[in-house]
Design a protein around this ligand. Structure first.
Ligand SMILES: NC(=O)c1ccc[n+]([C@@H]2O[C@H](COP(=O)([O-])OP(=O)(O)OC[C@H]3O[C@@H](n4cnc5c(N)ncnc54)[C@H](OP(=O)(O)O)[C@@H]3O)[C@@H](O)[C@H]2O)c1
Length: 268
């Protein structure tokens, strides 16, 4: 088997209806995996399946709410029946909810608890915990698996304004390392990817003004990114294929790969 060959593998990508998960799903399919495109939005899911197939890959869409264990159980059964037992899980559902973004009108001390919890739940509970609870033990029983959780630069050093998102993403790193230690002896590796800044639906309001021009925050981000630009979603696929490929990353677990144009290396 070639170092980065994913032929014969079944990959579940939750959040593949979105920008980053979608690009990762296409990258895994191009490397040979059969990919389960998982999310709630059927139109975007089917469009992603077509995009995979147009590049010669194999994929199918499965509708699921990552915040519902019942929904994940159903999808797990459907994926096994249709594609086979998953050996790769990518957790890419998540994002910041504008309702909990700190602003002058909505300061930290006035964040409604319910909104905080909903955002925290999306990024930690649905984003990582429940999918790992559902898919991880089955991989352990088969003695083989690679789980890739999507963190954020905000997990390492909290960005302004997106406070509950940052706290949840910091917990994603911590939980991933916990699982890496727990499941290493059972052949399941757990790693994270830390993306820098990539325009997507969930961060559009923070990054662009209503007329589509870059916001002040975008200018600050570019100024702090040594490569002086946003990333393209496809630029995440190399890291994802590496972590997914059991031959290429067989001794890699509990680590984090930063794909951020140097953002976290910038000081002055
Ligand atoms: N874009 C960036 O700059 C950036 C940077 C760092 C980290 N990230 C992280 O990368 C991941 C992907 O985000 P993105 O930027 O690609 O945003 P996006 O395009 O808005 O995609 C977010 C995805 O999350 C899915 N999702 C949300 N709630 C869900 C639920 N309850 N059940 C199932 N799926 C759900 C959405 O799918 P449906 O709507 O179909 O359910 C969508 O596919 C997130 O974890 C985000 O925090 C992004």
């Amino acid at each position: 088997m070639k170092l980065f060959d994913l032929s014969g593998e079944v990959a579940v990508v939750i959040g593949a209806t979105g920008a980053l998960g979608g690009a990762i799903a296409e990258g895994l399919a191009e490397a040979g995996a059969k990919v389960a495109i998982v999310g709630r939005n059927t139109d975007r899911g089917q469009a992603r399946v077509k995009a995979v197939e147009a590049r010669g890959g194999s994929a199918a869409f499965f509708s699921a709410d990552a915040l519902s264990r019942c929904s994940l159980i159903e999808v797990h059964e459907q994926v096994e029946a249709r594609l086979g037992a998953p050996s790769i899980l990518v957790n890419a559902a998540g994002g910041n909810d504008p309702k909990v973004t700190v602003t002058a009108e909505h300061p930290f001390e006035k964040i409604p608890l319910e909104a905080w919890q909903a955002n925290f739940d999306l990024n930690l509970v649905g984003g990582v915990l429940l999918p790992c609870q559902e898919f991880g033990p089955a991989m352990c029983r088969r003695g083989r698996g690679s789980i890739i959780n999507i963190a954020s630069v905000s997990a390492h050093l909290p960005l302004s304004r997106v406070v509950s998102y940052s706290a949840a993403k910091a917990a994603v790193l911590n939980l991933s390392q916990f699982l890496a230690r727990e499941w290493a002896s059972q052949g399941v590796r757990v790693n994270t990817i830390t993306p820098g800044f990539f325009p997507a639906e969930q961060n559009r309001k923070l990054l662009f003004k209503e007329d589509g021009s870059p916001s002040e925050r975008t200018k600050a981000i570019w100024g702090h990114t040594p490569m002086n630009r946003f990333g393209e979603p496809q630029e995440l696929t190399g890291a994802a294929v590496f972590l997914a490929a059991h031959k290429a990353s067989s001794f890699v677990t509990g680590t984090d790969i930063r794909v951020d144009g140097g953002y976290l290396s910038q000081t002055i």
